[in-house]
Write a protein that binds this ligand. Sequence first.
Ligand code: IPE
Ligand code: IPE
Ligand code: MG
Length: 250
Amino acid sequence: MSLKDKLDMNRLPSHIAIIMDGNGRWAKEKGEDRLFGHLHGVESVRNIVEGCAELGIQYLTLYAFSTENWDRPENEVSGLMSLLVDTIRKEVPTLNKNNIRLHVIGEVNMLPEDARAELNEAIAETGKNTGLNLVMALSYSSRWEIINAVKQIAEAVKAGTIIPEEISQAVFQGYLTTSRFPDPELMIRTSGEYRISNFLLYQLAYSELYFTPTLWPDFRKENLYEAILDFQQRERRFGKTGEQLKTDRV
Ligand code: IPE
Ligand code: IPE
Ligand code: MG
């Protein structure tokens, strides 16, 4: 029996975010180059995107490349960029077939010209799809995003289009790159690292965090179901007491 059959389909998270980590170590275990790990990581991306679409998950955010990852060795960065361009080009028909809409968050100006062009094309070509929203975090870091939001708000105050008293959580959220998406209910990190690494710091305020030792290239649908099952067993209290939640439910 697949773990899928154990899932409560009425209590699925609407937004899952994943830090896809461990490609390098996976390759090293096999005596291969780090890029070999990234190449196999793409298989996991395909499998998990498909798995989320099948379940009817509305948003999946994948941390694919951080601002800090630009400091990796040049050959790894350029290899990752070529892999990105190649993958997007090949995947658009499958995204359309599965009604998946692509979005990108991050400092995209930092990406090479061809990668940006491919991305823009794929975003436009999948723009009318109404199923899963696949959000790729590319050249993304949360501190960059927050500083960027603050700068834009400061400009708006200077221009007189907003007054400081009006800056609420809802207004602030409108300036984040994720303004169109709800906060993730579940955040998964693979590879046994217990950290956030500059990912969605604001948006993860009340997310359930799930850490697994599985390296990203080994992560498949069954692992995803396991994470969701774990999520479904948790009590999300949002600062209230467990007792309050019980009375709220009746
Ligand atoms: C995640 O795997 C992919 C990216 C950060 C691009 P890593 O490349 O970080 O793999 P490890 O953590 O070194 O094993
Ligand atoms: C986080 O992984 C970024 C992505 C998965 C894209 P890293 O491997 O870069 O994170 P650290 O350096 O271990 O914190
Ligand atoms: Mg890593």
